[in-house]
Ligand binder design. Structure first.
Ligand SMILES: O=C(O)c1ccccc1N[C@@H]1O[C@H](COP(=O)(O)O)[C@@H](O)[C@H]1O
Length: 214
């Protein structure tokens, strides 16, 4: 079971990633509506500090060709595409693409299965990065074709074991669930290293014995 920790925005997040060592990290780019959006310059600096054995996913929404080219130059390993995109853009990208679906556009899944540069599928809740789960039963009958099956949407250290047991994904993808709690109406920005450690432990523990430390 692999794990992706998404929404990395600060040097402190990178330091925690370098300690916890998830398989993948994600950075949201070209999407200023997100509180996790990072500029090209910030992405470049954070990537320099990141361990080399952690794979890097650029998370984008309806990107254009220029953005996709820039992501390749920055040294990312994978592009995770939410929203709309053309088949030509996916097929001409110089990096493998993970196509993200939300509960409303799952009917497009068979179409993306026909594209050769789609290396994985991310199944997410209606609003990406909202920390909300969705009905995992909707994934029961999905045709698995051997490409990476990534489960996202509201995963936390507390529900990841149940998610793995029910869905059997290849990768669990978490962002909100490893952020700081809101205290007194205020949320410290960035990721909470203790939640990251618990997420990693609970995912790894399931792999070894089907148990977690919840
Ligand atoms: O995190 C965001 O703000 C975001 C913005 C635009 C596209 C995707 C985004 N996040 C992705 O959402 C999933 C799940 O996040 P969560 O755990 O429910 O918070 C994850 O793949 C993020 O990359």
């Amino acid at each position: 079971m692999k794990i992706k920790m998404c929404g990395i925005t600060t040097p402190a997040d990178v330091a925690a990633v370098n300690e916890v060592r998830p398989d993948y990290i994600g950075m949201v780019m070209y999407f200023p509506k997100s509180k996790r959006n990072v500029s090209v310059e910030t992405a470049r600096r954070l990537l320099e500090e990141l361990r080399k054995d952690v794979k890097k996913v650029a998370v984008v929404v309806s990107p254009d060709a220029e953005q996709i080219a820039e992501i390749g130059e920055l040294g990312f390993d994978v592009i995770q595409i939410h929203g709309q995109t053309s088949d030509e853009l996916i097929e001409s990208a110089h990096l493998p693409v993970w196509k993200a679906f939300n509960v409303k556009d799952m009917d497009m899944y068979p179409h993306y299965q026909s594209l050769s540069n789609v290396a994985g599928y991310v199944f997410d809740a209606g609003e990406p990065g909202s920390g909300k789960t969705f009905d995992w039963n909707s994934l029961t009958d999905i045709d698995r074709d051997g490409r990476l099956f990534v489960l996202a949407g509201g995963l936390t250290p507390d529900n990841v074991r149940r998610a793995i047991e029910q869905v059997h994904p290849d990768v669990v993808d978490v962002s909100s669930g490893i952020e700081y709690d809101v205290v007194g109406g205020v949320q410290k920005s960035g990721k909470d290293p203790e939640k990251m450690r618990r997420m990693k432990r609970n995912t790894a523990a399931w792999q070894i014995s089907g148990k977690s430390d919840n």
